[in-house]
Ligand binder design. Structure first.
Ligand code: NAD
Ligand code: MG
Length: 394
């Protein structure tokens, strides 16, 4: 049965890949949800269309330059409009039963913390919140008794198969990775790949940043850090396994030898629906698995020589939050430079590693004690990454 009261829902990053998958589920279940607020960066017309379609109360663009277009597109609808980063934070903090946090990058940190600090249940897609500020973010959520539900498919899978009260019986978690579009290329071949080829993910359709991060496997490195903060386990209990079909999303191994896994078609609407309906379930149109047709599922260990990003991320995780914040910031800059054809594919991980080494040597990696500290580290790492990239180009 459907709850009598509609669920009050806010979607941060509503025009993105996760945001639009979320709104697809909302549009299919209009009676279930009352949409409080939708936010986007600058796609005002798209945001307005979505807000009208799902009957949102409020729409916000982060970029003030997009405000006139938003205002125009919403004229006469009764949907209120606002603009600027402060307005995004305010929208995130509006009373709601759930906030889907689907902004990309460190830009999502403050709004998502604002939502968590209100004690709202968060469907967390914006993994950078945990990569940049894991301890601070989880502490803010704990202080306000906010529940954090993982949208990221691997963590959602683990969350589904973790037995309540048995976390101390877990030997290890395994996050699967597709291996991305370059899984079978040699290091030499990877040197020359184009942004277009790197954006062409074999199984998932996603935003540009995460698509490139999947090709380098930095995304899986971020996900190890994400798991480290979501689940109370040690670094050596977090494993990565390459699984090209992206059917098994995550696994939990218990001390009795049982290995529990969650399987599903690679469609983010399944983990999003799991969060929206938690602790119950809701219908989705996601394709059902035909295991007989698939016939084979294969698994292989990740290759550390061709995918150094995994090691770099793991080392940063062990070093602490300052290092993981710098890791994310340097990667954002390096990915942007690769997309703009300023650096080659292998230079992404190399740039990130150089920034981390320089910051460690310069004493720039003191542990942050507040979000302002994180943003300062983020700024230093961005500047150093720009510098490293300029040095390679020159
Ligand atoms: P996307 O690029 O498709 O969408 C990003 C959204 O964030 C857009 O709505 C954009 O308008 C908004 N945004 C961008 N910059 C902003 C800023 N400065 N201020 C406010 N809003 C801003 O990204 P995506 O693929 O939907 O990913 C969103 C998050 O979910 C990322 O953290 C990603 O790692 C994570 N995630 C995505 C997938 C996936 O399948 N796409 C899977 C797991 C996790
Ligand atoms: Mg994932």
């Amino acid at each position: 049965g459907v709850a009598a009261e509609p669920q009050r829902l806010t979607v941060l990053g509503a025009t993105g890949s996760i945001g639009s998958s979320t709104l697809d589920l909302v549009a299919r279940n209009r009676e279930r949800f009352q949409v409080v607020a939708l936010t986007a960066n600058d796609r005002a017309e798209e945001l307005a269309r979505a807000a009208i379609e799902v009957g949102a109360e409020h729409a916000v663009v982060a970029d003030p330059a997009a405000y006139p277009r938003l205002k125009d597109a919403l004229a006469g609808t009764g949907i209120t409009a606002a603009a600027g980063p402060q307005a995004v934070r305010e929208a995130a903090a509006r009373p709601a039963d759930m906030v889907i946090a689907a902004i990309v990058g460190a830009a999502g940190l403050e709004p998502t913390i604002a939502a968590a600090s209100r004690g709202t249940t968060i469907g967390l897609a914006n993994k950078e919140c945990l990569v940049c500020a894991g301890d601070l973010f989880m502490a803010a959520a704990r202080a306000a008794s906010a529940t954090i539900l993982p949208v990221d498919s691997e963590h959602n899978a683990v969350f589904q198969v973790l037995e309540r009260g048995n976390i101390d019986q877990v030997e290890k978690l395994t996050l699967t990775a597709s291996g991305g579009p370059f899984r079978t290329l040699s290091l030499e071949e990877m040197r020359h790949v184009s942004p277009e080829a790197a954006l062409r993910h074999p199984n998932w359709s996603m935003g540009a940043r995460i698509s490139i991060d999947s090709a380098t496997m930095m995304n899986k490195g971020f996900e190890i850090i994400e798991a480290f903060h979501l689940f109370p386990l040690g670094p050596d209990q977090l494993d990565v396994l390459v699984h090209p079909q992206s059917v098994v999303h995550g696994m939990v191994q218990y001390r009795d030898g049982s290995l529990l896994a969650q399987l599903g078609a690679p469609d983010m609407r399944t983990p999003i629906a799991h969060c929206l309906a938690w602790p119950r379930r809701m219908a989705t149109p996601a394709q059902r698995l035909d295991l007989a047709a698939l016939a084979t599922l294969s698994f292989e260990a990740p290759d550390p020589a061709r995918f150094p990003a995994l090691r770099i991320a793991r080392e940063a995780m062990i070093a602490g939050t300052a290092a993981t914040a710098a890791l994310n910031a340097a990667d954002e800059i390096a990915v942007r430079a690769f997309l703009d054809r300023g650096i080659g594919f292998l230079a992404i991980a190399a740039t990130v590693e150089r920034v981390l080494e320089r910051m460690a040597a310069a004493g720039d990696l003191a542990e942050p004690s507040c979000v302002e500290d994180v943003l300062r580290i983020d700024g230093v790492a961005r500047a150093m990454a720009q510098e490293a990239i300029a040095a390679q180009a020159g």
